[in-house]
Design a protein around this ligand. Structure first.
Ligand code: FAD
Length: 516
């Protein structure tokens, strides 16, 4: 039987869904309730190595006010319709805008895009979900506010609220985004509007400056979860420094990773180098500068070592390319740069490249922009490496310890190559941890390669887990699998919370493996 919907929510008949849609239309206006295939289809576009049908949404609704979000939640409860919330919806490689389960209604908050407040003295911002980094950047520039953003690489089109809800990362000293979040407003499944931290105090002025409030601090509970819909978020912004000094250090051998990490860690923990340093592998940097695999090879499979060396030579890259920056007064920057140079001399390897030497060349230019809060889209070049639109981030966490990073790198490369895919990865140095981020790139237009990518991703998860490693974030197709890595006690607690807060299971059931 054909349906007017691309999919239906699980357990909901077409008649029931018709009634829910009519109610959405009454509350939001017909123009904000999308069911037509042509307009819904872009929301269903995924890059994961599973059939798109598993993540097809039934409809898309857009809200513009908190009250409308409350109404949406009310209707969802009445008709037992599950809803999947997106802010700017650019979660590429982690599920894009599509829901975790087939048939969920996408709640698109892109139209709630007001910058509610920027405090130039306290260096804070309060925004709605649809605000993009580009919008915020333009606002700061136009109003001459000397504050700097930290953002994910798809900066121009992604946004701070959605990125922080998924605990994303950036490249400045404020690169651990959830750490810099301060104050959240959340619509709960029962329609209540809850504010974290100081936000519930009548007349309060400290919502964006003091994270903890009183009693349990619940902000973290709403990230990477399905306990609420965030409608406002506060976060901290870094003052623009008088001097910004980006630099790169290139290392020639894969095996240098151990020593690189040992060299960087003390500088990073002591805040000599304050930003989220990136240690980018060869193919990452080559791909972002539009190097295509087909420029070198026409045969399928993993790229052979001699070709990798050729690319390294042709593109003037390192096997590892380390990007750091210093921020501060001329005196501070000079002192810290001398410390870095001293440590590098002691290490006895690594080619230091400064802004003056790099000029306007890529990838130095876009890396420097990421480290100084200037939006760009250069990193989308990654998709040209293999082509075909397949991408899944495999992002295990590691200690910032050379031997650990070496072990993770070796294991990941071996598994990827076994499945005929390449290691396209980077390490992002938090203070004491590494986000090891690997883009599992594959040609999604080829069913055989898609199958291999799926098998590869499963094997990466299994083999890493056997050695005590787990990912910090994963695409929607593998969220249930990853929840298992974290063990039954955590899952039981999460389910207990879910049942208490959302007894009808209307908020993104299945997200991060959390169900009623
Ligand atoms: C080339 C490339 C480079 C990338 N580099 C980075 C990077 O440097 N760092 C990084 O972190 N990511 C990176 N990504 C992944 C991703 O694109 C970004 O994290 C992006 O910021 C996420 O999309 P978004 O900001 O539009 O958030 P959204 O897609 O709107 O939201 C992300 C998730 O959070 C949840 N969510 C969103 N809004 C709400 C809400 N209001 N209430 C409750 N839950 C909500 C949803 O489940 C959603 O799936 C990269 C992707 C690509 C393609």
């Amino acid at each position: 039987m054909t349906s007017k919907y691309m999919a239906l929510p699980q357990g909901v008949s077409e008649n029931q869904f018709d009634a829910a849609i009519a109610r959405f239309q009454a509350v939001l206006g017909a123009e904000n309730v999308l069911i037509d295939g042509d307009v819904v289809r872009p929301y269903n576009k995924v890059m994961m190595a599973v059939p798109s049908e598993e993540h097809t949404s039934s409809a898309v609704v857009t809200a513009t006010t908190v009250e409308q979000v409350q109404e949406v939640v009310k209707i969802c409860n009445e008709f037992k319709v599950p809803v999947w919330t997106i802010s700017t919806g650019r979660n590429f490689g982690y599920g894009s805008a599509a829901p975790v389960q087939r048939g969920q209604v996408v709640l698109d908050l892109r139209k709630m895009n007001k910058i509610l407040h920027v405090d130039a003295e306290l260096c804070t911002a309060l925004v709605e979900p649809g605000v993009t980094y580009q919008q915020l950047y333009d606002y700061l520039e136009e109003n001459n506010i000397p504050l700097m953003l930290s953002f994910s690489a798809p900066s121009a089109i992604a946004g701070p609220l959605g990125n922080t809800m998924d605990r994303g990362v950036g490249y400045t000293p404020y690169g651990e985004h959830f750490l810099m979040q301060c104050g959240m407003e959340v619509v709960l499944a029962n329609g209540d509007v809850y504010r974290t931290g100081m936000g519930s105090v009548k007349g309060d002025k400290a919502w964006q400056v003091f994270k903890w409030g009183y009693g349990p601090t619940l902000d973290g509970m709403f990230t990477q979860s399905n306990y609420g819909i965030c409608t406002k978020m506060g976060f901290w912004l870094m003052p623009k420094p008088p001097v910004f000094k980006p630099f790169e250090i290139q290392f020639d051998e894969d095996s240098d990773i151990n020593e690189i990490v040992e060299f960087i860690r003390p500088l990073r923990i002591a805040q000599i180098i304050p930003n989220s340093v990136v240690i980018a592998g060869l193919l990452w940097e080559a791909a972002t500068c539009n190097t295509r695999r087909s420029d070198y090879l026409s045969t399928p499979g993993a790229t052979p070592e001699h070709i990798l060396k050729q690319i390294q030579k042709d593109k003037h890259l390192g096997a590892w390319n380390v990007y750091c920056a210093l921020y501060g007064t001329p005196e501070q920057v000079e002192v810290n740069f001398n410390i870095v140079k001293g440590a590098l001399k002691k290490l006895g390897k690594g080619r230091l490249i400064t802004q003056e030497e790099a000029g306007d060349t890529q990838p130095f230019k876009y890396r420097s922009q990421l480290m100084s809060g200037v939006p760009n889209l250069q990193e989308f070049g990654l998709y040209n490496w293999r082509g075909g639109g397949g991408s899944m981030w495999f992002a295990p966490v590691s200690q910032a310890r050379g031997s650990e990073c070496d072990a993770q790198y070796g294991l990941a490369k071996q598994i990827l190559n076994k499945h005929g895919l390449d290691y396209v990865g980077e390490f992002i140095v938090g203070w004491r941890d590494m986000h090891h981020v690997i883009d599992v790139l594959y040609d999604r237009s080829t069913p055989e390669e898609t199958q291999r990518a799926n098998a590869c991703f499963n094997e990466l998860l299994d083999e890493f887990e056997k050695r005590g490693y787990a990912v910090y974030r994963v695409n929607t197709a593998f969220q249930e699998r990853v929840a298992q890595s974290y063990g039954p006690v955590k899952r039981k607690l999460e389910q207990t919370l879910k049942r208490a807060l959302d007894p009808n299971g209307i908020l993104a059931p299945g997200k991060c493996g959390i169900n009623i």
